[in-house]
Design a protein around this ligand. Sequence first.
Ligand SMILES: [Zn+2]
Length: 204
Amino acid sequence: MPWGLLEGLLGHACPGCGGRLDAPLLCTRCRAGLRALAAGDAVYLGLYGRVGGVARALKYRRRFGLAPLLAEPLALGVRERGWKLAGVTAVPTLLPRLLLRGYNPPELLAKEVARLLGLPYRRVLRRVRYAPSQPTRGRGRAYLPQDLFAPQAQVAGAWLLVDDVLTSGATFLRAKGALLEAGASRVYGAFLAVRDPGALGPYR
Ligand SMILES: [Zn+2]
């Protein structure tokens, strides 16, 4: 197949490194470089500066095929941690946003992670409202409303809560709180990208 046609099918640049795509969706070098890092009760693929491109491609550019590729190292990382999990869920988005975008990136990822781990995926939480913009640090964090999420199901045992990008950690902590309220005995985290390593503090 001529490269021009192939490029048309594959997209122009690798979302991981900006280089030429030699495989669908993500170049072979970026694929080989995907590894889960661990910090306490969380696993993630890297800091935003390194893996933000793939997170954005999944979130804004409808590259659904990236979800299984990115879920694989995350699931491996979770398995290596030896956490005894009852199930996997995702940080939910607001319904209008879900309808607009047609999918929730953390959920795509969470479903793949659940499949790879042989665990059930469930929508345990619903998003009650959206937070204003999320400052990564500073006073703004304190203003994030408490009731962003509410349980919509009862669960038991330890659960894995998946999000695509961990920004300040405040949103994740709200979702974690709602998951504990739903009955989870412990909540672990899995993220694609972490913006502020300081946000991993609670997971160390
Ligand atoms: Zn690449």
